[in-house]
Ligand binder design. Structure first.
Ligand code: NAD
Ligand code: MG
Length: 384
């Protein structure tokens, strides 16, 4: 059997490690050819010894020597720096690039991978938030599929399998509501990162966990859905569903609604992106409706969670607005994690940056790169 050859960007993270578990469970289907990390050199070394890839990259150049020395007795090629990420994704031995690094850093390697005609399994939603128009056009031009890893988008994708040209009437994008779901506006003034880092249903990296608590993650996912499925924001409805069993749903012209369900386990959407159009066995817990007994649904409250409204605003304004929002969010999210700002200030920093940074209606890649820098600088100036 032909083995699909994987490059996993961000292999030491939450999605990266779960991707490796899938690859390990299906050693007859996958070969790991590239692994990359930002800082966690110890885990990267351990992974390289176990999976024996062609190449590894550590984005933080200060860690290069430690990595090189630790793998000196192997054939693994060792590189450092963010430009190396853009090189390894183009290696001829790679079929699928799993983009599982976090933030804006995912943009350029994904662009290079698409240009090199690699299939993309996309976890890094920031790439589509920042430059969805550019990325989707590039993928069309290069006949490259972008397979969603995000659980909601995998659910929508699964609902659309077999529907051909049948138009989507509406997407129902589910959200757990996060750890602050029941808090009043007053209570939200005093929340700290440590409270948010206890997500009720999913265990994820720290940045996305904070984005989930502020509902910015759901705003990002609305934009991600717009680009992946060509559906306008007005037709994407966010539904708070605290049990995280329905991973999202699609309503069609005749009123029929298809939903994809299952226990919250990211290995499922990861594996589907890697094996599509096939389904393969996967170990793990199975959904038990009798044990669940109730599934509940609520409307999101954009008064308490203004980041969701900001994302709809960015999607409507188009151009580089979502890029501005993403950069401000990366800065504010990190400051909140460091306990430098409160939750209301986090939201205000993003809103104000969106008002002040230069809007460009038809951005090129250079404009996105420039916008990201400028928006980060402006957002930081509001904090420090
Ligand atoms: P994480 O923080 O656990 O892991 C991030 C990985 O990226 C690590 O391997 C890290 O070394 C690497 N990385 C971070 N910054 C980098 C940089 N500047 N340059 C190069 N590498 C860098 O994050 P995660 O939770 O695995 O999320 C990864 C992406 O997947 C994010 O875009 C997130 O929104 C998305 N996502 C995650 C989940 C989840 O369940 N964790 C679900 C859906 C989507
Ligand atoms: Mg998601």
């Amino acid at each position: 059997m032909y083995k699909k050859k994987l490059a996993i960007l961000g292999s030491t993270g939450s999605i990266g490690t779960q991707t490796l578990r899938v690859a390990e469970e299906h050693g007859d289907m996958f070969e790991v050819r590239v692994l990359t990390a930002n800082n966690n050199v110890e885990l990267l070394i351990e992974q390289a010894r176990k999976f024996n890839p062609d190449a590894v990259v550590i984005a933080n150049e200060d860690k290069y020597e430690q990595l090189r020395d630790a793998l000196a007795d192997t054939d693994v090629k060792v590189y450092a720096g963010s430009s190396a990420l853009c090189d390894v994704v183009t290696m001829p031995s790679v079929d699928i690039v799993v983009s599982a690094l976090v933030g804006f850093a995912g943009l350029l390697p994904t662009i290079e991978a698409i240009k090199a005609n690699k299939k993309i399994a996309l976890a890094n939603k920031e790439t589509l938030v920042v430059a969805g128009e550019l990325i989707t056009q590039l993928a069309i031009d290069n006949h490259v599929p972008i397979l969603p890893v995000d659980s909601e988008h995998s659910a929508i994708f699964q609902c659309l399998v077999g529907e051909g040209d049948n138009a989507v009437d509406k997407i129902l994008l589910t959200a757990s509501g996060g750890p602050f779901r029941k808090m009043s506006k007053d209570e939200l003034k005093g929340v700290v990162a440590a409270q948010a880092l206890k997500h009720p249903t999913w265990s994820m990296g720290s940045k996305i966990t904070i984005d989930s608590a502020t509902l910015m993650n759901k705003g990002f996912e609305m934009i991600e859905a717009k680009w992946l499925f060509g559906v306008e924001p007005d037709k994407i409805e966010v539904v708070v569903h605290p049990q995280s069993i329905i991973h999202s749903a699609v309503q069609f012209a005749d009123g029929a609604v298809k939903a994809q369900m299952g226990v919250p386990d990211m290995r499922m959407p990861i594996q589907y992106a890697l094996t599509y159009p096939d389904r393969k066995p996967l170990s793990g817990e199975r959904m038990d409706l009798f044990r669940l007994s109730v599934l509940t649904f609520e409307k999101p409250d954009t008064d308490r969670f203004p980041c969701l409204a900001l994302a709809y605003e960015a999607a409507h304004r188009k151009g580089n607005m979502a890029c501005i929002m993403n950069a401000a969010n990366e800065v504010a999210n990190l400051a909140f994690r460091r306990d430098e700002i409160s939750y209301p200030i986090l939201c205000d920093v993003i809103a104000e940056t969106m008002q002040k940074v230069q809007y460009v209606a038809l951005p090129s890649l250079d404009v996105y790169l420039q916008t990201d820098k400028e928006a980060r600088r402006y957002a930081a100036s509001l904090i420090h």
